[in-house]
Design a protein around this ligand. Structure first.
Ligand code: S3P
Length: 431
């Protein structure tokens, strides 16, 4: 799909949606299901492009992964049975596949080479390569091993103590995945909590893992065993519709079966802080993950400050939070979010460019942005920068613009939300 023109909505948003499965959890379920012995079934798996890259990588090792809609069945005899892939592994646009798989590859006594698309090739890999090299894996890649393409020879790792220098769950997870096969104990410490799906799922698959006060320890003492995983709806996908309901006057919308892990719920805290009505019901926990229904009721918004420890809890939601801020009274300041510059595109520049073209007033800063609220967005032409979250943010902006929003290319949305426009139609009856 290319260039699309989207018209504003004229009625409040209402009803219920079930957004697709969580991207982070879907990746991890495939990784651990493939490393585990036995059968793993995954339901509500996200079939977006990024997660398919992880599936394809394990198929190249000889793991049997059968897909039926959003259900997967993985049958594996564990890493000892993996065969050396004859051709390079392609990670596409997926930073999570790349960083987590480098952790897996570091632990395998095999030679592999890996590459990605142009966006992924520009994203830093040294953040995972450095600790994994310390554990004993060998990497050779572009710019001294900082970027893909990369060649890896793994195996015979030893445990390390690693203090995370960046607030990144991908780095934490890569080191823990290396630790799964390393001699001795691997310990990762983090000052600020980042998403903990790897820890939850490693525990559910039977790994010897513990966590206390930001210290996560893992040993290779126990082999993983296949389990059943039910993936919650992705709060990062729900965020687009939560925000839509928060900015379209008179809206009330429920996002069913949404993942509510506390390391991911920063968007809920911010929407509440800005004045939106948020009610949570049917909350329950399964496999260490919390699920629940989130009902958003539109109310007048006010500006806020978003910085510090909340940033990793909403990093992927900042594009759509910036859109909400354009509709708030007063100014919103986002800081401590320099990591946004290292995502699928430089999201500080992409948000500023996109929303400015639609009539908002935003000043980019080195590590965030300042958004002047209550602007009637005009509409116009904007670029998605081949970034799924920018494309979806611009699509949601079209709900409230005076005129049309024309987005240059929406194909990237398949990365994380294959049926996005079907769901837009369900709640807006727009097209
Ligand atoms: C992810 C972690 C975050 C997030 C990304 C998915 C994960 O990245 O932005 O979309 O699944 O671990 P960082 O770990 O680089 O912050």
């Amino acid at each position: 799909m290319k260039d699309v023109a989207l018209r504003p909505v004229t009625t409040p948003l209402s009803g219920e949606l079930r957004v697709p499965g969580d991207k982070s959890i879907s990746h991890r379920a495939v990784i651990l299901g493939s490393l585990a012995k036995g059968t793993t079934t995954i339901t509500n798996f996200l079939t977006g492009e990024d997660c398919i890259r992880t599936v394809e990588a394990f198929r190249q090792f000889g793991v049997s992964i059968k897909q039926d809609g959003t259900s997967l069945q993985i049958t594996s005899d564990g890493p000892e049975s993996f065969t050396e892939p004859a051709i390079p592994l392609y990670f596409g646009n997926s930073g999570t596949t790349a960083r987590l798989m480098l952790g897996v590859l570091a632990g395998l006594p095999l030679f592999t080479s890996v590459y990605g698309d142009a966006s992924l090739a520009s994203r830093p890999m040294d953040r995972v390569v450095a600790p994994l090299k310390n554990m004993g894996a060998r990497f050779d890649g572009r710019s001294g091993g900082s970027y893909l393409p990369m060649a890896v020879k793994g195996g015979h790792l030893k445990g390390i103590h690693y203090q995370l220098p960046v607030k990144s769950a991908q780095v934490k997870s890569a080191v823990l995945l290396g630790g799964l096969s390393a001699d001795g104990m691997t310990e990762v410490t983090e000052e600020t909590p980042t998403r903990n799906h790897s820890e939850n799922m490693l525990r559910a698959f039977g790994a010897d893992i513990s966590e206390a006060n930001g210290r996560i320890r893992i040993t290779s003492q126990k082999a993983l065993k296949g389990i059943d995983v039910h993936v919650p709806g992705d709060i990062s996908s729900a965020a687009f519709f939560m925000t839509a309901a928060a900015i379209v006057p008179g809206s009330q919308l429920t996002l069913k079966n949404t993942g509510l892990n506390h390391t991911r719920t920063g968007i809920i805290d911010v929407l509440r802080d800005m004045g939106t009505g948020v009610a949570i019901s049917n909350q329950h926990t399964m496999g260490g993950e919390t699920f629940g229904d989130v009902t958003i009721t539109q109310q007048k918004l006010k500006g806020t400050v978003i910085d510090g420890d909340i940033i990793p809890r909403l990093i992927d939601e900042l594009p759509v939070i910036a859109l909400a801020a354009t509709q708030a009274e007063g100014q919103t300041v986002i800081r401590d979010a320099k990591e946004l510059r290292l995502k699928e595109t430089d999201r500080i520049d992409a948000i500023t460019d996109g929303l400015t073209r639609l009539g908002a007033q935003i000043t980019p800063t080195d590590d965030g942005m300042i958004i002047k609220g209550v602007s009637q967005l005009t509409g116009g032409k904007a670029a998605a920068y081949n970034d799924h979250r920018i494309a979806m943010m611009l699509a949601v902006a079209s709900f409230i613009t005076r005129g049309e929003v024309v987005i240059d290319d929406i194909s990237s949305i398949d990365i994380s939300y294959p049926n996005f426009f079907r769901d837009v139609q369900t709640i807006t009856r727009k097209w």
